[in-house]
Design a protein around this ligand. Sequence first.
Ligand code: AMP
Length: 117
Amino acid sequence: MEYNSNNAFAKILRGEIPAQKIYEDEFAMAFYDIAPKAKIHALVISKAMVVDFEDFVEHSNATEIEGYMRAIVRTAEKLGLIEGGYRLVFNSGKNSGQEVPHLHAHILGGEPLSTHL
Ligand code: AMP
């Protein structure tokens, strides 16, 4: 799928719509999900203009991939989730139900999570 910069997360990156920011660096921005599915539910979006996980991995260099992965850890730390644990989810493509076509990781935690994925 071609990247379309009209999506909600591209708008958040451009400051056109607000977000409750948790963390930001040159690779990523993290903010709270508007419709939380766990006590703590954050999204970590890439600053690269990529649609999904596969697009990101295929079109990023090692520094960008490492930077994004580290940003996820920094966000989990800021949220105090390291000790208690958390779940990471990347929805990617049609069958996953991905709604926003800009790479994002869901971080879910703050309580025991369902054992179902
Ligand atoms: P996905 O199904 O993986 O694409 O997840 C998209 C997520 O983005 C959903 O959990 C939505 O609740 C969340 N979301 C959509 N728009 C916004 C927004 N403007 N600010 C924060 N979260 C959003």
